[in-house]
Design a protein around this ligand. Structure first.
Ligand code: BGC
Length: 641
């Protein structure tokens, strides 16, 4: 009780001793009553809202609902909305209600115990119900990284990674893929995806090159906007957006300098982007402007630095440029632990990020300290209440637009792993293939071939084909993805009745064997995600190089199919092969590659970024010029027909 009274109270008031014990008791009683009254006053706004509160009425305008809701919220409830927490970091599920958390994320690999669509539905519905049990019943966003389909769930259709979609340069296709992805997400209850990626890689050594559509701002803006439109085109009964998209990573990600990473385990990921205002506007902003125009309601801020400042603390870029000049009305979410990459204490980092313009913080771990710190910051005046209100209005506006306060139940049209999605992915794979070389019409293959030998680390491995962000953050190995088809199995199915298809992963077909008509080497990279994929010299593995050599000895002609997240340094291999195909990371539908190999579908893909010949050419700018001024092995948009 006395703790509520300033320490010098009794001394200052010089209470006459005569009051003695009785007086003190009386004062104590008054204080008790007064503080009880204060508590009552304090608790008063903590009553649940009346059933006729305007924000609960579907027929009210979004603006009326929004203003009504915010006017009922306490400071703590507002700050809770600004927290995005990883599901594996939630200490007690009831904390989602008690802290009024704004959103929950299943970071890559944070799956339900039973990793099925039903398991996901139960998981998401569970947290949603808990959030709706909070005083004001504010529902959460539940977010995942669906960057090439709903890659977290076995049985989902895994579409080509963005770099392959970039090679298709087909916005209609990309829009359909994103719509199919939204349907698969909605079928599991997930209502928020951290996609599309609008980064533009200038250095193929970067471990996230494949997450990007390419290095050309026009291409990235076109496909990014198409993706966002598609993802947000699946609606609730009331017209809400079932799955909210999140263009990322604002801004200049892809142009970091090699060796500048702030993470000691990485080389370039989370590094420094150095660019002036002119380049910012000419190169990096247009893709974001295009997605804002297409209806983006949230944008993720990158883990890179802009000059010497971490993006999460870049007030000029976040508030003045993005929210001000560009008129972005949605909310800014920071990236994984990104706020705490800002130098200083947890307190000062949160203050700097929120003041810079971050609206929702992907903590993703310690929400309790965050709420305490931000509450204290507001009380001390380090963050204004107006800034908190602005952040919360942006977040809640997106929640209303998503129909989260109304009926979001699945419609019978929700489809997961549907045959039409597989067909769409197969088409996308075909359109993503880039034919780099085709000596004497080695391709297409025909049904009349007598003997085909297939070899290579990626020939019979759907995990490698799919790349990272598939079930696990760093991807998987092997053929156990339900519904997936490896390239080898696609070739076996498609080859003519009279064709023998022989397979050895390492190309060991025996000595002095008869020559095959064609040897197909399906080689490439093992999956990797983020900075773990930073690679000083991306090239083929020694095993794959040997495999190609062995195939050359046992086959008349050799076709090399490269399954990789980026162009590789392999000029010698390309020079000696009869045909070379860049297949990127095609995903679960290996037949898409086979369709083109056998000429059932024409070659359409074009390189979405230049393919370098030697390392001194890196970085290659977004207009395609190399560092040493020499011409790349293949320029951007190269692709034979
Ligand atoms: C990545 C983001 C991703 C986030 C959530 C981060 O490490 O940089 O692209 O959306 O994790 O999984």
């Amino acid at each position: 009780m006395t703790a509520r009274i300033p320490r010098g109270f009794f001394a200052e008031k010089k209470l006459p001793k005569v009051l003695g014990a009785v007086g003190i008791a009386l004062v104590g009683m008054l204080v008790y009553l007064y503080s009880g009254r204060m508590e009552l006053l304090h608790r008063e706004p903590l009553k649940p809202p009346p059933a006729d509160a305007p924000y609960l009425q579907k027929h009210e305008s979004a603006e009326v609902r929004l203003q009504d809701l915010v006017s009922r919220m306490t400071l703590e409830e507002k700050i809770g909305q600004m927290a995005l927490v990883d599901k594996n970091s939630i200490q007690d599920p009831d904390d989602v209600r008690a802290y009024g958390l704004g959103a929950v994320i299943s970071g890559a690999g944070a799956k339900p115990d039973v990793n099925t669509p039903k398991g996901w539905k139960t998981l998401v519905a569970g947290y949603s119900e808990i959030s709706k049990a909070s005083r004001l019943g504010i529902p959460i966003f539940y977010g995942v990284d669906a960057i090439h389909g709903h890659g977290n769930v076995p049985g989902a259709v895994i579409f080509p990674h963005a770099i392959g979609l970039g090679a298709s340069y087909n916005p209609t296709l990309v829009e359909s893929i994103a719509r199919a992805t939204a349907q698969e997400l909605a079928a599991t209850g997930v209502n928020w995806s951290f996609s599309p990626t609008l980064d533009m890689p200038e250095d193929i050594r970067w471990g996230r090159t494949y997450e990007s559509f390419g290095s050309d701002p026009v291409l990235v803006a076109t496909l990014g906007a198409a993706y966002l439109r598609g993802l947000q085109s699946v609606h609730t009964e009331d017209g809400g957006v079932r799955v909210l998209g999140t263009p990322k990573h604002f801004v200049g990600a892809g142009s970091m300098e090699w060796g500048s990473s702030s993470n000691k385990d990485f080389h370039i990921d989370q590094g420094t982007t150095r660019a002036d205002d002119a380049r910012l506007r000419a190169v990096y902003l247009p893709p974001f402007a295009a997605t804002i125009e297409a209806g983006a309601q949230s944008i993720m801020v990158g883990l890179n630095s802009w000059g010497d400042t971490k993006l999460s603390a870049e007030k000029y870029l976040l508030t003045d440029v993005l929210k001000g000049e560009m008129g972005f009305k949605g909310f800014l979410v920071s990236d994984w632990y990104g706020v705490y990459e800002i130098p200083g204490t947890d307190y000062s980092a949160a203050v700097a990020a929120i003041n810079a313009g971050i609206d929702m913080v992907m903590l993703p771990f310690d929400y309790k300290t965050f709420v305490t710190n931000v509450t204290r910051a507001v009380r001390r005046g380090d963050i204004t209440e107006a800034r908190i209100d602005d952040a919360v209005l942006r977040i809640l506006n997106a929640k209303f637009a998503s129909g989260l306060f109304d009926d979001t139940t699945s419609k019978p049209t929700d489809t997961f792993g549907a045959p039409e999605h597989r067909q769409l992915a197969r088409t996308a794979v075909s359109e993503s293939l880039v034919l780099l070389k085709n000596k004497q019409r080695t391709l297409p293959l025909t049904e009349h071939l007598r003997h085909i030998r297939v070899a290579g680390s990626a020939a019979d491995n759907v995990g490698l084909q799919a790349g990272a962000w598939t079930i696990e953050w760093q991807g998987i190995d092997g053929n156990w993805l339900p519904g997936g088809t490896s390239l080898l199995s696609g070739i076996r199915t498609r080859a003519g009745k009279g064709t023998t298809v022989e397979y050895s992963r390492t190309g060991d077909f025996g000595v002095n064997v008869m020559q095959a008509d064609i040897g197909i080497a399906i080689v490439g990279e093992k999956p990797y995600a983020e900075g773990w994929g930073d690679n000083e010299y991306p090239t083929l593995s020694e095993e794959d190089m040997q495999t190609i050599k062995k195939l050359r000895v046992t086959s008349d002609k050799v076709v090399v199919i490269v399954v990789s997240g980026r162009p590789l340094f392999m000029s010698d291999v390309i020079a000696s092969a009869d045909a070379v195909v860049a297949a990127w990371l095609p995903g679960s539908e290996g037949e898409g590659v086979v369709d083109v190999l056998f000429g059932d579908v024409p070659w359409k893909g074009k390189l979405p970024l230049a393919w370098p010949d030697h390392i001194e050419q890196l970085p290659i700018t977004t207009v395609g010029s190399t560092r040493d001024g020499s011409v790349p092995l293949f320029p951007r948009y190269f692709g034979l027909r």
